[in-house]
Design a protein. Structure first.
Length: 284
């Protein structure tokens, strides 16, 4: 049986991807759907030479990943993340820095019918520039409650018009554009990254720096309080534990009437107070 002929350019694409996988420690799956070609070219130029972007057909990328797993075990696990218009990105910096860099390069864009909502799309309550008319019915058709104030249509409540993962309906896309709401982002969408056999998906990579630092601060505070509560000595807790132990020992000695140089004044003061109370009780 005669083997099917494979075009030379396809072989070259697979060969190049395999070479890049060997050269770069970080390999990411991209979705460039909706990204204009000029913007893609500009981003390619701005990221070189530390970052290389390769856009190709999904089938060729999958073939290259499957072939590369012999030398790079686990790289084939990127295949499920080749969505939309797929591509690969090759980098030497860690996946989290790469994700942050790509996120900063994105810009807001209006929604188009059929696109997938990246998050819940919410139309906020507030005034609009629309005069009363057919627009009230159009807004109502996608679940937005309205009223009229000072001659303008007002949206009464925050309204979710598309859930994360939903395909955006034509009417929703039209209303969002007319309201000036741009829920989409144009840029390189890093869906997952591979490093040393580990796959980091988009939700893991997209770290909120402020929340992350707050979580670290809370964790440090909670662990410190726990260590003090269970009397676990460390270089950070030892001074506080010693001070706490001293106060507690002093309180026990004072209660038991055990005299020491640290509590003699308090014991004498306590004895005098008790004596005066007894004196008043007996009318002496």
């Amino acid at each position: 049986m005669q083997k099917a002929h494979v075009a030379d350019y396809k072989k070259d694409v697979v060969k190049e991807i395999k070479h890049l996988i060997k050269e770069f420690p970080i390999v990411g799956a991209l979705n460039v759907e909706g990204l204009p070609t000029p913007q893609l070219q500009n981003m390619r130029a701005s990221l070189r030479p530390d970052v290389i972007i390769k856009i190709s057909k999904r089938r060729l990328i999958k073939f290259a990943l499957d072939d590369a797993k012999k030398d790079t075990p686990g790289i084939e696990k990127l295949e499920p993340y080749l969505i939309g218009m797929p591509g690969l990105i090759f980098a030497k910096e860690n996946p989290f820095s790469l994700c942050k860099k790509l996120a900063k390069s994105k810009s807001p864009a209006p929604a188009k019918a059929g696109q997938i909502a990246p998050t819940d799309i919410v139309v906020p309550a507030g005034k609009t520039n629309f005069a009363p008319g057919p627009i009230i019915g159009e807004l109502g058709s996608i679940g937005i409650k309205t009223g009229v104030e000072a001659g303008k249509v007002t949206i009464k409540l925050d309204s979710t018009v598309a859930k994360e993962g939903d395909h955006i309906k034509p009417k929703v896309a039209d209303i969002l554009t007319r309201l000036g709401i741009m829920p989409m982002e144009v840029g390189l969408d890093l869906t997952a990254a591979f490093e040393k056999g580990v796959i980091y998906d988009k939700k893991v990579l997209a770290i909120d720096d402020k929340k992350f630092m707050q979580d670290l601060t809370n964790a440090a505070s909670w662990s410190f309080n726990l260590a003090v509560e269970i009397a676990y000595p460390t270089k950070d807790t030892i001074e506080l534990l010693l001070a706490k132990s001293f106060r507690e020992a002093k309180a026990v000695a004072l209660e038991a009437g055990v005299i020491s140089k640290d509590n003699v004044d308090e014991i004498l003061a306590k004895a005098e107070s008790q004596m005066n109370a007894l004196k008043d009780e007996l009318n002496i």
